[in-house]
Design a protein around this ligand. Structure first.
Ligand SMILES: CC(C)(COP(=O)(O)OP(=O)(O)OC[C@H]1O[C@@H](n2cnc3c(N)ncnc32)[C@H](O)[C@@H]1OP(=O)(O)O)[C@@H](O)C(=O)NCCC(=O)NCCS
Length: 216
């Protein structure tokens, strides 16, 4: 089945993060942070097997993921720190929405550089993506999947009030093997309960940098 194009903003701003599509000029930062974190990411991020990558390969990857986003196939976004004045700071990790085979669903993925773990940044990003996913994109279910052993990952949807389902029907990666995932779900109802109910609506911007209005 052909996936529909979801209305995913190019840029989502939370209190401490700018979550946006990568641009070619991010290749160097992406290289530095990924290279520093290879061991941190190896167990659960299957793509680490493609490391090391040249700057040219990273630029090609950025072009490829943006082409997929334009085609509505997958939406890869980077997380950058946001200063108090709104300025963009360092690149800290990756996130985005994966398109599932079921068209009503979007799946949030994430990783963060080890030096920024434990600050609640992934929870902040995931809360914002959940609200965006269920309010503006056209999806009616947002899910988060992880390997059964990945407790740090499990803690993110648990903190946000997602509903857990073991053997969630998705495949995940753990230390070289594919396994049945644990999958957590959020729907419109989840947005009526805490903590999502009081998650501030992030600022949304389009490709040209124009601020997008939230639906009434
Ligand atoms: C999984 C992963 C993304 C989780 O990152 P994380 O930093 O633990 O998640 P958060 O940024 O939400 O931080 C949560 C921690 O910050 C603390 N925290 C501090 N301020 C917080 C705030 N304002 N809000 C929420 N939590 C906060 C929480 O108590 C929690 O601490 P704890 O781990 O000691 O319980 C990270 O471990 C990672 O990148 N792992 C490797 C790749 C990976 O496994 N990706 C997921 C594949 S499914």
């Amino acid at each position: 089945m052909r996936a529909p194009a979801y209305a995913i903003p190019h840029r989502i701003e939370t209190e401490r993060l700018i979550i946006r599509r990568y641009v070619e000029a991010d290749a160097e930062q992406l290289a530095a942070v990924t290279t520093r974190n290879v061991e941190h990411l190896r167990r659960y991020m299957e793509w680490i097997r493609f490391e090391p990558q040249s700057i040219e390969q990273r630029r090609a990857w950025i072009a490829e993921v943006n082409a997929k986003a334009d085609a509505g196939e997958d939406y890869t976004l980077g997380m950058f720190l946001r200063g108090g004045d709104g300025s963009e700071g360092e690149f800290v990790g990756g996130t985005g929405f994966h398109v599932r085979s079921r068209p009503e669903r979007l799946a949030i993925g994430y990783w963060i550089s080890s030096e920024h773990e434990g600050r609640g940044l992934v929870t902040e990003a995931s809360a914002a993506l959940t609200v965006v996913g269920l309010t503006v994109t056209g999806a009616t279910v947002v899910d988060i999947s992880h390997a059964p052993s990945n407790e740090r990952s499990a803690a993110v949807p648990a903190r946000l009030g997602f509903e857990r389902q073991d053997d969630g029907g998705e495949e995940c990666f753990d230390g070289g093997c594919h396994e049945q995932s644990v999958t957590w779900f959020a729907t419109w109802d989840s947005l009526q309960s805490e903590p999502l109910a009081s998650t501030p609506r992030p600022r949304l911007l389009d490709e040209a940098g124009a601020v997008l209005q939230w639906p009434a």
